[in-house]
Design a protein around this ligand. Structure first.
Ligand SMILES: [Zn+2]
Length: 344
């Protein structure tokens, strides 16, 4: 089968690899009908050390179950399924707590250990716990929005949950990438009164406004902090969603939070150390977040996708085939595209 293999920074190839197949009796094999390129795929695209073996990329997908192992009970051949970016058994203490990204038997797709989904097919470990069947046709018009439930919408929602967004609150969203945009959707959905997006790309800002952003701050650093303060009566925002992962973004997130407020961080941190520790301390901020338990959030978000009350699929501004995936990485890395859908 054909798959996307990354060999190092800037080196993405479409290659023939061994077919995805059942290895453990709890596995399933899914034919990928939709996948996408994630903002977090751009970190290895920029930094990965060259390797000879490569890594099959992709951790967001929807597809059709082709085969199941002998111990799979809930998932059946022919099911249309959402694949969250982490696999999980669905039975351990953390899965019961709704934190499937910490599953004691779990892990992540698109790593050196488990092949990813920017491919014609993907092996799903722990299929019963991992996959979420949906009762729609594989070419349903809602597919782009359903696909976001495998990561980006769940991640934006997680940032909002960890930032303690609620009715009447003031929210700042740091980052206008696909996750930040989904964070705007999530903040509005949870009842925020004011939603300030910090970002600088005209196309993304326009979409953020349609998703519910009430204010836009396009400056950076101290200038952005001053603007957010001015927009919040000098107090700062109750809830801040950090959707980038760079130190500068985290510093801004902490600096625009109101004393006693909360920062929900979902941008993959690019440094060991967390910046702005002292202002976070002196302002009594809650700083929380991490990889979103997307599997847990599908249940909550799916009805709103199905009835059209949220349309996170609008973050996709380009659809490509597998052959164009290397150019898709380039386009997202150069900010030509917000988020790219792949139809293998
Ligand atoms: Zn588990």
């Amino acid at each position: 089968m054909r798959a996307t293999v990354m060999y190092g920074a800037g080196d993405v190839r479409i290659e023939n690899v061994p077919d995805a197949r059942i290895i453990e009796p709890t596995d399933a094999v899914v034919t990928v009908t939709r996948a996408c390129i994630c903002g977090s795929d751009l970190w290895p695209y920029q930094k990965m050390e060259p390797t000879d073996t490569g890594r099959v990329m992709g951790h967001e997908a929807i597809g059709v179950v082709e085969a199941v192992g002998g111990e799979v009970r809930k998932i059946r051949r022919g099911d249309v399924v959402i694949m969250p970016f982490a696999f999980s058994d669905g039975t351990c203490v953390f899965c019961h707590d709704g934190l499937q990204t910490s599953c004691v038997h779990g892990g992540f797709f698109g790593t050196t250990e488990v092949a990813g989904a920017q491919a014609e097919a993907v092996r799903i470990p722990l299929a019963d716990g991992t996959l979420f069947p949906v009762q729609v046709d594989k070419d349903d018009a809602l597919m782009p929005s359903l696909l976001t439930l495998s990561d980006v919408m769940g991640t934006g929602h997680h940032a909002a949950v960890r930032a303690e967004v609620g009715p009447g609150k003031t929210v700042a969203v740091v980052g206008d990438g696909a996750v930040g945009l989904c964070g705007v959707i999530a903040a509005r959905r949870l009842g925020a009164q004011q939603i300030i997006i910090l970002g600088r790309h005209a196309d993304r800002i326009a979409l953020a406004r349609e998703f519910g952003a009430t204010d836009v701050v396009s400056g950076r650093g101290d200038e952005a902090v001053e603007r957010v303060r001015a927009l919040t009566g000098g107090l700062g925002a109750h809830s801040v969603l950090e959707c980038v992962g760079l130190d500068a973004a985290m510093t801004t997130a902490i600096s625009v939070a109101r004393p006693g407020g909360a920062v929900g961080r979902v941008g993959v941190p690019q440094n060991e150390m967390m910046p702005a520790s002292q202002p976070a301390f002196y302002n009594n901020l809650s700083v929380s977040g991490g990889p979103a338990p997307a599997r847990a959030y599908i249940e909550e978000l799916l009805p709103d996708v199905l009835d059209g009350s949220i349309q996170p699929g609008r973050v996709f501004d380009r659809v490509i085939g597998l052959d164009d995936v290397p150019d898709g990485y380039r386009a997202m890395n150069q900010r030509e595209s917000i988020k790219i859908m792949v139809k293998p």
